[in-house]
Design a protein around this ligand. Sequence first.
Ligand code: DAH
Length: 338
Amino acid sequence: MKEKIEQIKTQLLNISISNNEQLEQFRIEYLGKKGVIAELFNDFKQLPPDQKKATGQLVNALKNSAQELYQQSKEQLETDKADKVADDIDYTRPASLTSPGARHPLAITMEEIVSIFRQLGYTLSEGPEIEDDWHIFSALNFPPEHPAREMQDTFFIEKKPDIALRTHTSSVQVRVMENEKPPIRTVSPGRVFRNEAISARAHCIFHQVEGLYISENVSFAHLKHDLYFFARQMFGEKTRIRLRPSYFPFTEPSAEMDVSCNICGGTGCNICKYTGWLEIMGCGMVDPNVLKNCDINPEIYSGFAFGMGVERIAMLKYQIKDIRLFFENDIRFLNQFV
Ligand code: DAH
């Protein structure tokens, strides 16, 4: 029996396994139920007891080296296969095209507005979209019976009658004035909400940029200067502006600003309804009551404020006729701004 064991040992040394069929063949022949080693164990049972110990050790050692050979060969075949797959990859092949997407036209417009005012030294400030009555209305001098305070116009948060989605970014001016000392020069872009029927011209969610300048001896001439600069940067050097008297509770005097129509150049077209002018924002000198509400002394300080709709500006700039397009995320629309 010892001879047989020696014989198999030398066989194992000379075996070479180079594919899966050979590996399986080896397993059946040597390690299978009816394989060479199983046969040795059968022979072993017939041995006289005094030979069992020494021979048993030899058979076990043989079985271990056959199993080891099997395992090593199996692993080798697996790494060979992985290497081969890696060799098949062509690293010089150009990658497939991925679309990086495009910035949203409202984001582009909002950033352009902010960067124009930044050139004039305005800082950036932001406030919460869910606001209290004080910051949206009361501090801004809205009388208690003002229609904006009605449920039909404003989204109030249920069970908290004092909390609403802000209807304008003017709420941020109050927050800034409460927290900072003049001189203050800031723009506040953001999302606003109004309970309005959705149409081509109006949406219940839209965006505004609010502006505020508070210092000593600020006059209406300063307001006019900054807004004229903005209009020319935004709509072109030839743009003219005009200020029409208006009313807001938080400014006195108040005005509405128009720019000369950038489509017809002021001669009249259907965009400007043949007036030659486009209304783009509200503005005015901050009402002394508002300054007082924010702990700023109106005897020392004065200032101006303005607020514009981002959708309106973007619609004029890109000649978009329906405000709903901004919110539908239709890829055919968005791709035009790549
Ligand atoms: N808050 C106004 C609105 O939503 C816009 C506005 C008008 C803002 C005049 C101002 C301002 O700061 O002075 O319609």
